[in-house]
Design a protein around this ligand. Structure first.
Ligand code: COA
Length: 174
């Protein structure tokens, strides 16, 4: 039994993440998708919201588990000795340096933590969660970027966030 973990922020999950999830789930007996925190980022969706969105879009993937963890990936890996490998997607060479650093840091923190990279499918290489959030804030069409079943939730959340930001900026200027 080979078990992989796919870690990420998933703020929110996009068609790009889903591409990696679907392909990795065919390569391993089980795929554990884990929502983690990059403390240098600010997030729009809470961890339970990100986990719920992941559940909603991965219903057809049978060998998947979705989890979250407020700590180091290397620590999570340590707590789950059944996990064999970390899977990450690579969209472009620009991802490589950051992912390479993370892979080495994780291995340094936990020598058992090996990372394998899966190249993103060509139609998803330009997608990122920030790009999706920006389109959603202006009420744009998310069809090509995010699974249909979560469009409304993403648009509602982000248009509200953007409206609140605009109001706060207006109040500051008055
Ligand atoms: N398709 C589309 N988009 C993709 C993608 C793909 N295949 N792969 C990555 N992305 C996007 C994400 O949407 C995200 O976009 P954004 O920057 O606009 O939000 C970006 O690429 C980076 O995604 P991700 O791989 O989730 O990196 P991250 O920096 O947001 O989070 C963690 C990385 C959460 C896995 C990492 O910080 C972590 O392990 N945190 C726990 C603490 C820890 O162990 N730190 C690491 C020590 S090195």
């Amino acid at each position: 039994m080979k078990i992989a973990i796919y870690p990420g922020s998933f703020d929110p999950v996009t068609n790009g993440h889903l591409d990696i999830i679907q392909r990795a789930s065919k390569m391993f007996d089980k795929l554990i998708v884990v929502v983690l925190i990059n403390p240098l980022k600010s997030y729009s969706f809470s961890i339970p919201e990100r986990v719920r969105l992941l559940h909603e879009v991965t219903g057809s993937v049978k060998n998947i588990e979705i989890d979250s963890f407020d700590g180091l990936l290397a620590e999570y890996f340590n707590e789950r000795p059944e996990i064999d490998v970390i899977v990450k997607g690579l969209r472009a060479t620009s991802d490589f340096e950051y992912e390479f650093q993370m892979a080495h840091t994780n291995k340094d923190l936990n020598p058992r933590a090996e990372t394998v990279f899966i190249p993103a499918s060509s139609n998803t290489t330009f997608i990122s969660s920030s790009m999706v959030k920006q389109v959603a804030m202006f009420g744009g069409d998310l069809t090509k970027y995010v699974p249909a079943e979560i469009h409304e939730q993403i648009r509602d959340k982000l248009t509200a966030e953007f409206a609140a930001k605009r109001l706060a900026a207006q109040n500051r200027n008055n």
